[in-house]
Structures are given as structure tokens and as C-alpha cells.
Design a protein around this ligand. Sequence first.
Ligand code: UDP
Length: 413
Amino acid sequence: MKPNLQQYAKVTGETVIDHLLQLAEPLKGLKVVHVNSTRMGGGVAEILNKLVPLMRDLGIDAHWEVIEGDDTFFQCTKSFHNGLQGNVVEIPKSTLKAYEATNEKNAEKLCPILQDADIVFIHDPQPAPLLHLCSNRRGKWVWRCHIDVSRPYRPVWKYLRNFVTDYDASIFSLADFAQLMPHPQYLIAPSIDPLSDKNLELGEEELNAVYSRFGIDPERPLVVQVSRFDRFKDPVGVIHAYRLARKFVPDLQLVLAGGEATDDPEAKIVLNDVYDAANDDKDITILLLPSDAHRTINALQRAADVVIQKSIKEGFGLTVTEALWKGKPVIGGNVGGIQLQIVNHHTGFLVDTPEGAALRIRYLFYNREQLAIMGEKAHRFVLENFLITRHLREYLTLMLDILEGSRERIDLK
Ligand code: UDP
């Protein structure tokens, strides 16, 4: 189902929707084109799937184009991705040439569409060279970078920088993710969709089904972490914290839910370590879920008393947003976007060690009234800051600013 603006009024209230309508008024009829490299899979496609129809609902002539490439192209951009996140990667010159040639080929088809757009959003490095290839462009071009490029492998950034510095502006998810560039930079944090299967309200029956399916006792305290089995998510640290906390909360249960076994050898090693650490403890449930198990994850997050996300390195941490939205205090690693979402002692606790996490678990189960108090604050915090409607509002504000920023005053109706 395509999102429809009015459906969100039930969640956010009419004022938020009125505000969006008002902001969009001067942007009506504007041609806006987003370009990325995939229509399905991954966070960028997920967000464009929502944002583009919502922009159209607001009267903006919004479009979404996808560039095409072969295996060499995507291997190259995967190396960029790793290099931008700091890994040492060697990319042969011929592969870089293939990257540029693929963009040239895409430009033949896309430039006629892009050059008469009022605003073009180019997402991530894959289509970045299109700017220089569309020489007759008339609108503003914005590079939307979803990756943390603050500590890149220098040769990769040195190469890619040439394609992105000439944009009119760039957008990063967090200040910590950005690189200095000679144009205005905007910060737009990610968001969740309250109406998606992952986040919508669930009935009692669906929760009960999850309790019985996974053998969880609804009468006993439950801590849940939902994460890929990845070292940076520290699932073994979570088990360590659970064991320490069990000394004080003897009937505590733990669920670690992650993706099905993949071909990723690193994930297999982490999963083996997790099984070793769990040591057949019947109160630890390790779940390998299919990638479309959104309602199951939703139910597990709702079934939890406390959600944990003990990452030692993190991008934004959407699992934290999802849990806070469900009114759960989150005990999260003191890193990346988790720091933006956990207001220490209010929406949850920031921790640096398994011992710290265990102390906070103990605190919450010894002061159960705090579960509800902090949970309420957590939900409100997401309502005000991390829903798709805020994401849309910031895009609209950015568009107004970039088109009319030279004027001293922008009149909204
Ligand atoms: N997720 C999922 N299945 C899993 C693990 C995670 O659907 O087995 C979802 C999770 O609910 C969240 C996203 O994948 O929406 C993970 O985003 P996050 O920013 O927390 O971490 P990332 O995996 O991108 O590092």
C-alpha cells in the first residue's frame, strides 16, 4: 500500500499534517527527481518508497529514477562503500573506468529527465558522476550521502570527492558522518514509518502467538535485542550482561533475534560465538528470522519489557527508534546515532560495558514504575523527532531553503 498523508494524521495529529501542507504550498508543481541505484532492498530504497509518494500527495511533481549497472559496477561501488567506512580497499583503474562508463551510459537516458528538474537528489556514490555528465542542468543538485564518510580510506575519498564537491549542497544523516565540503551541508536524521508492518500497533493475539511460538513466558521479565549477528552489535556482550543481571533478576529471559544464516563467513563466526556463550541456557532464545519477518520483530519488540542495543559501533540504529516508538526504555551502546536517540535516564540508558548494561537492567526491574515512565517519554521522543513526517518536513524545508534561501523572508500561506 502506498503511503497517504492523511493516514498519518491519526498518529501525529492534524497539526503536523497541516504544517506539511503549508510548507509544501510554495513547492507545488516543482519537478523533483531522486536518483539511486536500487528500487528494492536496503534503507535508501525503503525511504524513497515512502517519501516520493508522500511528496506527490503534497502536489510536488516528484519522481524516482534508478541507475542500472552490471556486476563490475556494483563490485566497484561496494568497494567504495567499504573504503568510505575506513577499510583499506584496492580498486583497479579499469574498475574505476567501468564505474564512470556506467554512469555515462545512464546519463544518456537520465539527463533529459534530470536537466529540466528543479531539484535533483542524488543518493550515495553510485550515481554521483551524473552531475558533471548533465551539462545542461538548470536546477539545484543535492548529494544525499547515507554513509558515514568521516574517516574514509583516503584514496577512495580523494577519488570520489571530485564527483561530489560541485553539488549545490549535500545531506548527511549525522554531523559525525560528514566531510568538509565547499557547499552548504544539511543534516537529516533517518526515520521510521509508524504505519509499516514493523511498527504498527499489534493485537493481543499476535503477541500471544509470538510468546507461544518461541516459548517465551509472558509472566517473566524479558529483554530483547534485534540485530544482525555482527561483532559491532556485541551479542556476546548482551549475553554477558544478561548473566550478570540474572544474579539480581533470577527469572530474566533474553531473546536475541537476527537474520537467517547468510553466506557472510563473519556472521557465521559471530553466531557460533553466540551459541557458545549461551551454552544451552533455556532462558536465552536465539532466533534466525527471514528478512521479511517484520511483524514478528514488531511483536518481539512489543513483548519486551526492556530493549537492548549494546552496539560498540553504530550508524543510526533504527532498532533503537523502533523500540522507543513501542514505549520501551532502551539500554544502548554509547555510540553513533544511539546517542541521539537515548536521552540518558529519560528514554533509556547509554552504556559502555556489559557491566553497565546489567546494572541498568537491574535498575529497571527493581524500579518497575520506571518502565512505564521512561517508555512514555521514549514514545513521545520518537513521535516528535524520528517519524517519517519529520523526515518529509526536513526535505521540504531544505527545498525551500535551497530555492529561496537568498530571500530574507519566505512567506507561507
Ligand atoms: N532487522 C530485521 N531483521 C533482523 C535484524 C534487523 O528486519 O534480523 C531490521 C531492524 O528491525 C531494523 C534494521 O533491520 O529496521 C536494522 O537497522 P539498524 O539501523 O538498527 O542496523 P544496521 O543493520 O543497518 O546496522
